[in-house]
Design a protein around this ligand. Structure first.
Ligand SMILES: NC(=O)c1ccc[n+]([C@@H]2O[C@H](COP(=O)([O-])OP(=O)(O)OC[C@H]3O[C@@H](n4cnc5c(N)ncnc54)[C@H](O)[C@@H]3O)[C@@H](O)[C@H]2O)c1
Length: 394
């Protein structure tokens, strides 16, 4: 879509309809400040009851008003509030939300609405997939990660006792209602998280898009992206992910490249126990993955440096937090969902825009010792940098 068309949609609070292109492809209604139009869209679907699920934080910010708008039109609506972030992405909440919906009379003809970031979306996706083997659900993402990443894939998951996203399924929403206006109140950390995944899309599949993101981050700090610029950037990030998904509509082969940096990232996020958000951990994970690919002779130092440069523009630290020990990191990675047998497999860059695929598999098995060696060097190198920084600023 040309820039002027986007601008027209933005100015007129128009709605752009897109499709994920997956085997089960859901419509995405994308716009800016489109909340008032939601009921018109909902009216196209019949249901006996509506269930509106949001987190405590989002209820106070926008969810309460949204729910009241729906409730004023449909009296058969029930509200459920869950703890925010990953605090509810587990078996305990999966069970309690499922049971509560059954208690309140959910049927095969009901619709569930998820209002919030990727965590609420994932939990509600799981709940909807499980109840009576599948209830229709609508996603209303309120974070950049939600709008440009998590809602585009049909991957739903909860965390287990030993790691992130260990239990999940593929389940498509009835539709996705993406209103960029909500992103205006995102915290810096949330915004950074979404932008990290955008940079990742560039590295793994699209040099042009990576240059576009570099330009954007050179001219705007993450929170300076507002109004039309935020709308345009969100749209372009969505397109970058869709191009990848369209090459693998089943999300089971090439689509795995979207997990670049996530083997390290998920383990770091898990061990950080809430001190790091998803994007912060993935940023570190991508930098480690680039060092690993460089150590194995696949990519140049220049490409590794580009990782650091972009993370710096994003105002993100790339050091592994000092409270995380290498042996525990290795142990968690060995329980990663990309583990096969006794080895962990990694997605590695071959060049900007291409991932390594030596044997027809984008998951490349690397000897544990090589990974340990690279990680040890990485941890030391970035610990020295942080120490120097501390001395400089003292
Ligand atoms: N399914 C997928 O493919 C996929 C992809 C990426 C991430 N995820 C998952 O998504 C989760 C992370 O999601 P997230 O980064 O969207 O955040 P989140 O859902 O964890 O929310 C983080 C915090 O931001 C708040 N928040 C949400 N929207 C806000 C807004 N507009 N203004 C102010 N505060 C707001 C929430 O209430 C919460 O306190 C992780 O569990 C991750 O594993 C899944």
């Amino acid at each position: 879509m040309e820039n002027h068309e986007l601008l027209e949609n933005f100015k007129s609070t128009g709605i752009i309809e897109m499709y994920t292109g997956l085997d089960q492809s859901s419509p995405i209604y994308f716009g800016y400040n489109i909340q008032e139009k939601f009921l018109d869209q909902l009216e196209n679907h019949s249901f006996d009851r509506l269930f509106f699920i949001t987190d405590n934080n989002m209820y106070n910010k926008y969810g309460g008003t949204f729910w009241k708008m729906i409730h004023a039109r449909y009296s058969n609506t029930k509200l459920l509030i869950v703890p925010d972030s990953d605090a509810s992405k587990n078996f305990i909440y999966l069970e309690s939300v499922c049971e509560e919906l059954i208690e309140h009379g959910i049927s095969k003809r009901s619709v569930v609405i998820a209002f919030g970031g990727g965590a609420v979306g994932n939990l509600v996706g799981m709940v909807s997939a499980l109840i009576y083997r599948g209830i229709r659900y609508i996603e209303i993402p309120t974070t950049l990660t939600g709008i440009t990443d998590s809602t585009l894939s049909n991957k739903q998951a909860i965390n287990g006792k030993r790691g992130k996203n260990h239990f999940g399924t593929y389940y498509a929403p009835l539709f996705i209602w993406s209103d960029v206006k909500y992103l205006e109140t995102e915290s810096l950390r949330l915004r950074q998280s979404g932008l990290v995944e955008a940079i990742k899309n560039g590295f793994i599949s699209n040099p042009e898009f990576l240059s576009y993101m570099e330009d954007i981050l050179t001219n705007f700090s993450p929170l300076q992206l507002t109004g039309f610029k935020l709308f345009e950037v969100s749209y372009n990030i969505i397109q970058s992910k869709m191009k990848i998904l369209q090459l693998d509509p089943s999300e089971k082969s090439y689509g795995i490249v979207l997990e670049y940096g996530h083997t390290f990232g998920h383990a770091i996020e898990w061990l950080a126990k809430g001190k790091l958000v998803h994007g912060e951990a993935v940023a570190i994970g991508m930098c480690i993955a680039s060092e690993l690919a460089h150590r194995l002779g696949y990519i140049s130092q220049e490409i590794v440096n580009l990782h650091y440069k972009l993370m710096k523009k994003l105002e993100l630290a790339v050091g592994v937090p000092p409270f995380i020990e290498l042996p525990e990191l290795m142990e968690i990675m060995l329980s990663d969902n990309k583990k096969t047998g006794e080895a962990v497999k990694y997605i590695l860059l071959e060049r900007i825009g291409n991932c390594l695929n030596p044997t027809g598999d984008y998951l490349v098995e690397i000897p544990k010792n090589t990974v340990m060696e690279v990680m040890l060097k990485y941890i030391r190198m970035h610990a020295i940098y942080s120490k120097e920084k501390a001395i400089e600023s003292a």
